[in-house]
Design a protein around this ligand. Sequence first.
Ligand SMILES: NC(=O)c1ccc[n+]([C@@H]2O[C@H](COP(=O)([O-])OP(=O)(O)OC[C@H]3O[C@@H](n4cnc5c(N)ncnc54)[C@H](O)[C@@H]3O)[C@@H](O)[C@H]2O)c1
Length: 466
Amino acid sequence: MEFNLNRRSFVKGAAATAAFLPSFNILHAEDATIGPKDDQINVGLIGFGKEARVLSESLVRIPGVRVRAVCDIWKFQCQQAKAFFKGYGMDVKSYEDYREMLEKEDKNIDAVVIATPDWMHCEHTCACLRAGKHVYCEKEMSNKLEQAAEMCRVQKETGKLLQIGHQRRSNPRYRHCFENIVPNMLGRVTTAYAQWNRTLAPFFTYKKPPKQEILTKYGYENAEQYLNWRWFYKYGGGSMVDLGSHQIDLFIWAWGVPPSSVRAVGGKDAFNPPRMAYDRMYCIYEFKMPDGTKNEAIYQVISSNSRGGFYEQFMGMNASLTIAEISARGNTVQRELREGGLSDAEWQKFIDKGWILPNEGDKIKKEVTKDIAVDTRISVQANGNALAVTMNKPAHMPHLENFFAACRHGTPLNCPCELAYESAVAVLAANVSADRGEVYRFKPEEFKVPPRPAAPAAPAVPAPKA
Ligand SMILES: NC(=O)c1ccc[n+]([C@@H]2O[C@H](COP(=O)([O-])OP(=O)(O)OC[C@H]3O[C@@H](n4cnc5c(N)ncnc54)[C@H](O)[C@@H]3O)[C@@H](O)[C@H]2O)c1
């Protein structure tokens, strides 16, 4: 495991990183500052839209990583990329077509980071793997399951690394929760809940999108679809694939098994004109646990209202965890104050272990509410204790670091493609359930990558005439 979650050593590491932050833009001024030359990893980027900009903020902070080339079909994005990396002392070549980038930069690139719309992930990833490059590809692996499967097959055939961008899998706060808190503090967790509520504008527009001939050349029907690709099934998978993909992955991680069924209901008409893909969705996933019990995860994603924002909750007999990528939205473990629940002394042990921080407010609140505890209709609520693990880095940085560590030292990836494939199966099935208006029941074998479908049989050779 890359992160040592022993609190003292983690805090030491985080402090060391934090100490670098104010001066990070000089990190790459000279190779001498980033270690031996052969330790340097040269990177190509495919797609320089909103997410690639976020990833780039991390890339420039990771010692030993140099971005050499960028590809984007929109010239404007290439110019932006060149200007951005120039600010960090990196002279980046730009390309419109990834094939040309792979050909011309073959000797200059060790790894490729892909942040194009979901429908291009398979083509871009497979080409890069076959060209001998390690790949970090953004989630969702693909909006088509067969393409996600093909990415896994090509990874296996080429032996190159393929990390999928479910960045919470490397976030030390989430790792602390799923390695320590959920299995050891919460008691039996029957119920999880997650939501991502946000307000989106109607379709994005841009004064000068790429010319139609470029869009046509790369498969986009028009600028509206190109700029708003998430809402068209050809290119994306709506709100569930966009945001649900992050959070459904967490249910699977926390419980260690993929779901056994999903029932989803969705709507497409929050905006006018209505979207092709669901703008909102409400799901119940069931998980059959190895010990024969069953757990449920409730999931909601809304694009027209931001009430409550985004977070995940795991509700156990002894305590509940509320966590979010932004700690201000979720960072607590809250004890259940019930008969037979964890005693003060048992709770204190978790504080002593350095898993949660002390919380004086908990004691005060219990005293104030003691009298009403006799009313069995009311559950007395404890205040939450904050998680004792923090992260002082941009959200995507640990996941990229984990990828580059694997490239350099062969250490394990936190989100290899087979893991991401499981969550793609679970996420894409929600759209199917909502379309059909019925429960989608998974077969366990669906979560394994199937063999490549046989090529259509060649037409039978006509028998020679006698
Ligand atoms: N991990 C996360 O937290 C997170 C957050 C947001 C987006 N994402 C993912 O990142 C990816 C990109 O999302 P975005 O929000 O940046 O989208 P975007 O539309 O802002 O950017 C996509 C970029 O890809 C370029 N592009 C499109 N087709 C291309 C092609 N064939 N070749 C080269 N470039 C091409 C576009 O010109 C654009 O610049 C998606 O897969 C999305 O799901 C992940």
